[in-house]
Design a protein around this ligand. Structure first.
Ligand code: UDP
Length: 231
């Protein structure tokens, strides 16, 4: 399905995951965007961010807003939340001994996650918090050549960082995963299953962090633009 000129992957999550695994196994350099309403609104309103998302190899539907819009437009796509994709990558990667690099979140969050994953047998070759000035750990990543670089710095920072630095790396799957590190390291809870199923994860996140209420305006703007959009 095309939304605001961006092709959103309409395959099943199994097919998407298989494709991603194939690309990692063949040492390709890949940029994956996990698109939700906030990301798509940024695409619509920010030309630089649009360029970043346009340069992605895969745009996976992460949010219920996108799935709902596709349904209203008569197209069926299934949701593949970034936090679940990240978990699938970690679980497949621990079997295949892929090398992971964790970039983003606060120091205490990312260091705890790195430690936890290593204890579970995941090959974490390095990590860095997401509050740096300048270009961040580009040289370290170039040297260590990880297979997967999980970038958890929020929107738009994570996709812009990948877009601006991607050319400097030979290989690796680069994926923006938002607040996933806080959830994986146990600092924040994910919404209960029934809320995820009902497509209400965004509401749970507002309860968790009331400062997020402004996101409602963004969701509203996204729906207006999306329903008027002709692809
Ligand atoms: N974050 C970061 N650097 C920044 C801003 C945010 O590493 O400059 C991290 C933050 O600690 C959190 C994640 O990015 O772990 C997601 O942040 P937020 O919830 O604000 O973004 P969203 O999920 O709304 O994209």
């Amino acid at each position: 399905m095309k939304l605001f000129g961006i092709e959103i992957d309409g395959r099943s999550r199994e097919e998407i995951f298989k494709d991603i695994v194939k690309r990692i196994d063949s040492s390709q350099r890949v940029f994956v965007v996990t698109a939700n309403a906030v990301i798509m609104l940024k695409v619509k309103e920010n030309p630089k961010y649009r360029k970043a998302v346009e340069s992605a190899d895969l745009v996976v539907p992460d949010g219920s807003g996108i799935v709902l819009v596709s349904k209203l437009k008569g197209k069926r796509i299934s949701k593949y939340p970034g936090v679940e994709l990240a978990r699938d990558l970690v679980s497949e990667g621990s079997k295949k001994k892929w090398k992971f690099y964790l970039l983003g979140a606060r120091e205490r969050v990312v260091s705890k996650l790195a430690k936890d994953l290593k204890q579970r047998g995941v090959n974490v070759c390095g990590y860095h918090h997401g509050y740096f000035d300048g270009k961040g750990p580009v040289e370290e990543i170039s040297e260590k050549k990880p297979d997967i670089i999980l970038v958890a710095m929020g929107v738009p920072k994570q996709e812009l960082w990948i877009y601006e630095n991607m050319e400097k790396f030979r290989k690796g799957l680069f994926i923006g995963v938002g607040g996933t590190f806080d959830v994986m390291a146990g600092f924040k809870k994910r919404a209960p299953k029934w809320m995820v199923k009902a497509g209400l994860e965004w509401l749970y996140r507002i309860f968790q962090d009331p400062k997020r209420w402004k996101v409602l305006f963004r969701l509203f703007r996204f729906f207006i633009y999306a329903l008027l959009d002709r692809g």
